[in-house]
Design a protein around this ligand. Structure first.
Ligand SMILES: C[S@@+](CC[C@H](N)C(=O)[O-])C[C@H]1O[C@@H](n2cnc3c(N)ncnc32)[C@H](O)[C@@H]1O
Length: 215
């Protein structure tokens, strides 16, 4: 008997609130046999079949489980906050799929509204003219230094705490009076948009769910 190939959808769920979910994302998850995602992401959808929740520690195991289910012929949605292609799970899922011999032609990306887009919208920034950078989960923070004074606004996903990133910039000679806007928990009821100087941001506490806009 010929084994039917399954399908993987990598679904962007937007910045967090259900009003930013696309109809395409909802329809895709509803039609899937299994859905892999953080508990918070899965809870955005009603009537999810075959829930496979992950947390930070077991993320890779659960992604592998999802890809294996697709290899076995099932339709699997893998949820990613914001857009899967901006600091999301896209590359990781592609890598695991390749390792397992799952045909990339059977992978479809459903784009979502990125937290970056929402931050740019809140700050009235035409983001095609901004330095768009992500340091999330990476050790590449030095890459901000060559661009931070190039005259463009920088929109960045911080690597660690916002205050540490601000301190890094201060330590590397960036003007302490530079204007910074921190967009925290965008789209949630406790969303905060905080405008301050770089030196004040270096003294402030925020959650990990922030975008930094450096003017
Ligand atoms: C793994 S990355 C995912 C980014 C996502 N793919 C996107 O397009 O927004 C997680 C980081 O994105 C940022 N982020 C995600 N959702 C956010 C929100 N609702 N408000 C502010 N920042 C958010 C935070 O910097 C967080 O640490």
């Amino acid at each position: 008997m010929v084994k039917m190939s399954g399908k993987i959808y990598i679904v962007g769920i937007g910045p967090g609130a259900s009003e930013y979910l696309t109809k395409k994302a909802i329809d895709t998850v509803n039609a899937s046999d299994y859905t892999v995602g953080s508990t918070r992401a899965i809870e955005l959808f009603e009537d999810v079949k075959g829930k496979i929740p992950f947390n930070v520690k077991d993320l890779l195991d659960k992604l592998e489980e999802g890809v294996q289910l697709a290899c076995d012929g099932h339709t699997v949605s893998i949820l990613s906050t914001g857009d899967p292609g901006f600091s999301g799970v896209l590359n990781t899922v592609l890598r695991i799929s390749k390792e397992k011999g799952f045909d990339e032609k059977n992978i479809e990306v459903i784009p979502g509204i990125s937290s970056l887009q929402l931050a740019a919208g809140k700050c009235h920034i035409q983001w095609d003219n901004a330095n768009v950078m992500t340091f999330h989960g990476r050790e590449n923070i030095e890459e901000i230094l060559p661009v931070i004074n190039n005259g463009k606004t920088t929109i960045a996903l911080p690597s660690r705490k916002v205050k540490d990133m601000a301190q890094f910039l201060l330590d590397n000679g960036v003007d302490p009076e530079r204007k910074v806007v921190v967009c925290e928990r965008l789209s949630y009821p406790d969303e905060q948009i905080v405008e301050a100087t770089l030196k004040d941001i270096a003294q402030s506490e925020f959650t990990y769910m922030c975008i930094m806009v450096i003017y």
